[in-house]
Design a binder for this molecule. Structure first.
Ligand SMILES: [Zn+2]
Length: 78
């Protein structure tokens, strides 16, 4: 479980996000470019997603079990 990276920068929380928010990936993804902002959107089945090189990146699949999206930062931290 992880709330923040080794530098203390907080990861986004799935519960805090809504369509239109912006996420910034770190360098740990094959399908997302580091630092490239990604707009959150909701697909028909209700899950929040961002676009990625694989197509659609479902954020619920990124939740490591405690609600934090490891490797994704909010562009606009609350
Ligand atoms: Zn992806």
């Amino acid at each position: 479980m992880a709330e923040a990276d080794i530098d203390g920068r907080a990861y986004a929380r799935l519960d805090d996000l809504q369509p239109g928010d912006t996420l910034i990936p770190d360098g740990g993804f094959d399908c997302l470019a580091e630092g490239q902002p990604r707009r959150v959107w909701r697909r028909e089945s209700g899950e929040l997603c961002i676009d990625c090189r694989s197509g659609v990146h479902v954020l619920a699949g990124q939740d490591d079990g405690d609600g934090f999206l490891v490797g994704l930062y909010r562009a606009d931290p609350a």
